[in-house]
Design a protein. Structure first.
Length: 410
C-alpha cells in the first residue's frame, strides 16, 4: 500500500535556507547541503507558483544574489520554467512586469536509502515524494559494509517490483549513513565509526550495484530534512534533531541553515565524554554518551526481565519506565549544554529510543529544564518525532526529489 505524504509542507514565511555550496560531484558531501537548499527553494516555488524572484527571496529568507544564482541553475537544468507576468490592473504601475517562476516536474521516480547501524530501509517514491513502496531489513551495517551494499540492491529491486515500476523509471537517489562524512572526500570521516566502510567510496559502491547516481548524506542530517519536510520541524528555523538509537547523533539547523562544521562532521554528540571511567566506546575513548546510552544498552538492562525495548507494551513495565527515563536524562545533560550554546526553538528526538515510549522524551525534557539556563530551558520545546522511525528515510527521499541527476541507462 502506498503512503501519501506531501513533498515539503513548510509554507511559513520564515523560510528554511541551507547554505549554498557549489556541488563538486555526488561523492562530495557538500553537494548534500546544496541539495537540501534546493529542496526548500523548489518547495516554495511549487507552493507559490507563479512566483517572482523577489518574492521567492523574501519568503525563503535568502539574499537576492543567492536566490538569483540558484534560480539560474534550476533554469539551466530545466527544473523550473519562467514566463512574463501579466501587467496592468490597479496598482500595477507602469514598469515592466516581473518574470514568474513555476515548477517543471521532472519525469521519473526517486529512491531513498537509510543505512542505520543495525538496519537498512529502502523506498521508491513519486516525483512529488509520495512513497510507493518501502522495505527494510535488520543487519549489522557497521561490520558488514559489502553485505549492506548488496542488500541495498536487493531491497531496491524488491520495492521496484512492489510498486510495479522499473529501474529505468528512477531518475535520482539519496542515501544516508550513520557516520560523519568528510566534506572534502565524500567518505566516512572516522576510522573507528563504520570501520568496514573506511576504505570505501559509498557513492561509487552504490552506483556500481544499483546503476543510480546517489547523493550521500549523514543520517541525522537527512533526519532533520525529513522532519522539515514531513514532520515536526515544518515551521522551525532553529532546531536540533537527535537520532537516539544504536548510536547517538545530531543535526544542527541554525537560522534555517544546516551547520556542518569545517569538514562536514558537526553533530557527533554521541562521542561526548560523560564518564571518564565509563565503558569503552567504539571510538577508542571511555564513557562516551552512546557507550552509556543506546538502544543496545537499554536492551541489555531489560533482558533479565524478558522485556523488549521495541515493544511498546513492555515499555510500560515499572523497571522499563525507570530505565528509559534515566536514559533520557543522561542524553539530556548533553542536549542542555547545546541549548545553552545555541538557544534552539526545539529539540526533536528520533530513533529507537524516542520511539520506545514517552518516558525517554520526558527524561530529556527534565534535564533540559533543570540544567539549561532559564531562558533556553523555557524557550526550547523537547518533542518526539511522529514519523515512526522513518525521518531519515523520508529525508533521503526529499533530497532525491530535489536532485536533478538522471539515472544512467540500465
Amino acid at each position: 500500500m502506498s503512503v501519501t505524504l506531501p513533498l515539503v509542507a513548510t509554507t511559513s514565511n520564515r523560510g528554511i535556507a541551507f547554505p549554498e555550496t557549489p556541488p563538486s560531484g555526488a561523492a562530495d558531501q557538500s553537494s548534500n547541503a546544496h541539495a537540501l537548499l534546493r529542496a526548500h527553494l523548489l518547495t516554495t516555488i511549487r507552493d507559490r507558483a507563479p512566483v517572482s524572484r523577489s518574492e521567492l527571496s523574501r519568503v525563503i529568507g535568502l539574499p537576492r544574489s543567492t536566490t538569483t544564482a540558484l534560480v539560474a541553475e534550476l533554469l539551466r537544468q530545466g527544473v523550473i520554467t519562467e514566463a512574463p507576468g501579466r501587467g496592468g490592473g490597479a496598482g500595477s504601475g507602469s514598469g515592466r512586469p516581473p518574470t514568474l517562476l513555476s515548477l517543471r516536474r521532472p519525469d521519473g521516480l526517486v529512491a531513498g536509502f537509510d543505512f542505520g547501524h543495525r538496519h537498512l530501509r529502502v523506498a521508491v517514491a513519486s516525483d512529488e515524494g509520495h512513497i510507493l513502496a518501502e522495505e527494510s531489513i535488520q543487519l549489522d551495517v557497521d561490520r558488514r559494509a559489502a553485505a549492506a551494499l548488496d542488500w541495498a540492491h536487493d531491497l531496491l529491486s524488491a520495492v521496484l517490483d512492489r510498486a510495479g515500476v522499473s529501474l529505468a523509471d528512477v531518475r535520482s537517489a539519496a542515501a544516508g549513513i550513520p557516520a560523519p562524512l568528510n566534506s572534502r572526500t565524500g567518505r566516512v570521516g572516522s576510522p573507528t565509526i563504520l570501520a568496514s566502510w573506511a576504505d570505501l567510496d559509498p557513492v561509487e559502491e552504490l552506483r556500481h550495484r544499483t546503476g543510480l547516481n546517489v547523493t550521500l548524506g549523514n543520517d541525522a542530517a537527512f533526519g532533520a530534512l525529513g522532519e522539515m519536510t514531513y514532520g515536526a520541524a515544518r515551521d522551525l528555523t532553529d532546531f536540533i534533531y537527535v537520532k537516539a538509537s544504536h548510536g547517538i547523533g545530531a543535526a544542527l539547523v541554525l537560522n534555517g541553515r544546516l551547520y556542518r562544521g569545517s569538514h562536514g562532521m558537526a553533530g557527533e554528540i554521541g562521542h561526548t565524554q560523560i564518564d571518564p571511567s565509563g565503558a569503552w566506546c567504539r571510538c577508542g575513548n571511555r564513557g562516551c554518551l552512546e557507550a552509556t546510552v543506546s538502544i543496545d544498552v537499554v536492551r541489555r538492562q531489560l533482558e533479565p526481565l524478558g522485556l523488549d525495548p521495541l515493544n511498546s507494551d513492555d515499555m510500560e513495565h515499572p523497571v522499563a519506565t525507570k530505565v528509559l527515563s534515566q536514559s533520557g536524562r543522561t542524553v539530556g545533560v548533553v542536549i542542555a549544554s547545546l541549548c545553552n550554546t545555541l538557544n534552539p526553538e526545539a529539540v526533536i528526538l528520533g530513533g529507537d529510543l524516542a520511539s520506545a515510549g514517552d518516558h525517554f522524551t520526558a527524561g530529556v525534557r527534565d534535564s533540559v529544564r533543570h540544567l539549561a539556563q532559564p531562558g533556553p530551558a523555557l524557550d526550547t520545546a523537547v518533542i518526539a518525532s511522529n514519523l515512526q522511525n522513518r525521518a531519515e528515510l523520508l529525508g533521503a527521499v526529499a533530497c532525491a526529489v530535489a536532485t536533478p541527476y538522471a539515472a544512467p541507462p540500465a
